[in-house]
Design a protein around this ligand. Structure first.
Ligand SMILES: [Zn+2]
Length: 431
């Protein structure tokens, strides 16, 4: 099996080198005959990020050969610009169909149960919605499309159509669920979410709004469509399994070395086994932790967040997950949406780490007077600081006592929603 995969991979690399200008440039000095094992493949073929692809391509349209391919339909997919630059990837009809098959094979068992067809509302950016519609139509669900830029209109569609399944990002799911519950809509019983991780506070709030609802997470991206899935043991977590038939997965550390041990952390690097739009050793920018084998027999992969969502505080690497855990403790007052600005400040002659936390208040506190709001802000700052653990046994509050951290500023914002809001902004590196 591995031998066959390796042979296919070598053929793919050769095809890319000979036919796709971008890869011809990238592999000009590479001798493919030197690749005899997967280890050779990792050593000889360089991993490549979206930013590098864009630079090699001299255009924001990343043509991986499909432009010249007359077989099947073509679709352009615009990514959200996490590499600080927008990019278009071509997608073929065949790839979209394969993505729908992967979805069908892993998620269809949760749909249309008890002989009742699920009515799905898809609320994503419009090109993505097309792909997700294909996923759900493969499973024979009824589908309608919402508008992520007009949630009031979307709520009306849900109510009129009688939708019971919401397919969107976690932040939009939270907002829509809140709006639907306030209008006494009770039909929602499934969420299919992707686009960012599921924080404990978002999960808790969705459960509060719709206690019976199942939460399914998916992992995918513009470049590869659905590329990790959850089995029944991991529903509603940030733990996933791989599609080993369609992709080759690696996890690499800062020095591009492969990580393989349980609990090790590295960036997901993905290779598509396909001549359609080939991506070879593509650095996804998503940071994962290798976990033990699941009850179903597959390896567990925990998604920790985007590469840009990790940062260092006094030399210690901190992941977004730790912030999410601290935010969870503010759930009495806040919606769960937040943005955190990291900075440094000089206080009494000492350079201290400084945080500004932007939050959205729960609707019932929105109309409170200034005095009450100040009290609430102080409570949020305390809860957050006590529970923001920089290491296992060392919180932000303890850092304040030791004089190395400054106190957290809490700022109330009315609207923090967005398709993919940047949750963490590190001002220390933007000068
Ligand atoms: Zn499993």
């Amino acid at each position: 099996m591995d031998k066959k995969r390796l042979d296919n991979l070598k053929k793919l690399i050769l095809y890319c080198k000979n036919n796709i200008p971008l890869y011809s440039k990238l592999y000009s000095k590479i001798d493919i005959e030197q690749i005899n094992t997967f280890e050779d493949f990792k050593k000889i073929i360089p991993p490549i990020s979206k930013k590098q692809l864009l630079n090699l391509n001299n255009s924001s349209n990343i043509d991986l050969g499909l432009d010249n391919n007359t077989q099947g339909a073509m679709f352009l997919r615009v990514t959200s610009g996490t590499a600080s630059k927008m990019a278009c990837f071509y997608r073929s009809e065949k790839e979209i169909e394969q993505s729908a098959e992967r979805f069908y094979n892993t998620y269809s068992k949760y749909l249309n149960n008890n002989n009742k067809r699920d009515k799905v509302i898809i609320i994503n950016d419009f090109t993505l919605s097309y792909i997700f519609a294909r996923h759900f139509s493969k499973c024979e669900c009824l589908i309608c499309l919402g508008n992520p830029f007009d949630l009031n209109h979307t709520v009306n569609i849900i109510k009129t159509a009688g939708c019971n399944v919401i397919r969107t990002t976690p932040p939009i799911a939270l907002k829509i669920a809140q709006m639907l519950v306030s209008q006494k809509y009770t039909e929602i019983n499934k969420f299919f979410l992707a686009g960012s991780g599921l924080s404990s506070i978002t999960k808790q709030k969705l459960k509060d709004y719709y206690p019976q609802a199942q939460i399914h997470m998916q992992y995918g991206m513009a470049e590869t469509a659905i590329s990790l899935y959850q089995c029944k043991h991991n529903l509603g977590t940030n733990i996933y399994h791989k599609f080993n038939d369609d992709f080759f997965y690696e996890f690499i550390d800062d020095k591009s070395n492969n990580i393989t041990k349980t609990d090790d952390i590295g960036e997901l690097v993905i290779t598509k086994y396909t001549h359609e739009n080939p991506l070879i050793r593509y650095k996804t920018g998503d940071i994962c932790q290798l976990k033990d084998i699941c009850q179903c027999g597959k390896q567990n992969i925990k998604l920790l967040g985007r590469k840009e969502d990790q940062f260092k505080i006094k030399g210690i690497v901190v992941f977004k997950e730790k912030i999410d855990k601290a935010i969870y403790n503010t759930k009495k007052y806040c919606t769960g949406e937040y943005q955190l600005i990291i900075d440094e400040i000089e206080e009494n002659g000492t350079l201290k780490s400084k945080l500004a936390l932007y939050i959205e208040l729960e609707p019932k506190y929105e109309k409170s007077d200034k005095h009450v709001k100040t009290k609430i802000k102080n409570k949020i700052a305390k809860e957050f600081s006590d529970n923001f653990m920089i290491t296992e046994d060392y919180s932000w509050s303890q850092g304040i006592e030791l004089g190395i951290f400054s106190k957290v500023d809490v700022i109330i914002k009315n609207e923090l929603k967005g398709l993919k809001i940047k949750k963490i902004i590190d001002k220390r590196y933007s000068y």
